[in-house]
Design a protein. Structure first.
Length: 201
């Protein structure tokens, strides 16, 4: 993991928050660049306006906003593995108190799968069995990482089991994913569509 504080400009954060302000929601809201042309345009402008970020992000990255309010408990403490090796977390709005929706990460919870079958089996084991039946006993394996507005956290979501804590107030973040090991897999594409459906997209 790498926490950085000199990559994102305040002006770009303000512009993205203005764009989100114009799209009110009640509990939680996700925008996916690949499904929303307006957000895709804003995401591209956000990346372009931050030169160091632009150097880091390849073409075709999977870009998402995650916006959650106090009522959005459905999306808190839902640990998962990404389908991508690299994730950049960029907070846009974070409450200034303890219940701020910080990210929890269980580093190297699994070895990098050497094939699609192992990737799917371990995702099912961790995300369905452990997350739903044995989460409390394994919570000590997670470390809380605080990422403030203006900072970025880069981590490997492919092997690091991760989720967000509950938020009291509102938290907004951009997540940029890239380096997808099984990019041609129909099963992985299906799982992403299921994830988007679950998120209400």
């Amino acid at each position: 993991m790498k926490l950085s504080g000199d990559i994102i400009s305040a002006a770009s954060i303000s512009r993205m928050n203005d764009w989100l302000d114009a799209r009110p929601y009640e509990n939680f809201q996700f925008f996916f660049a690949e499904k929303d042309d307006a957000f895709s345009h804003e995401a591209a402008a956000f990346i372009d306006s931050n030169p160091r970020l632009k150097e880091m992000v390849p073409e075709g990255a999977y870009v998402v906003t995650r916006c959650v309010k106090t009522q959005g408990r459905k999306v808190a403490l839902v640990p998962h593995f990404d389908n991508y090796r690299s994730t950049i977390l960029i907070p846009l709005c974070v409450p200034e108190h303890d219940a701020n929706g910080d990210i929890l990460i269980w580093e190297n919870a699994r070895k990098a799968p050497d094939g699609l079958f192992r990737h799917i089996v371990t995702k099912v084991w961790f995300q369905i069995i452990i997350a739903n039946l044995f989460l409390n006993p394994v919570l000590d394996n997670f470390s809380r990482t605080t990422v403030q507005v203006g900072e970025t956290l880069t981590f490997d979501g492919f092997v690091n089991f991760h989720c967000n804590m509950h938020v009291d107030g509102e938290r907004r973040s951009i997540l940029i994913h890239f380096d997808k090991p099984f990019s041609n897999s129909r099963i992985v594409r299906m799982l992403e569509r299921v994830s988007q459906w679950w998120a209400g997209a």
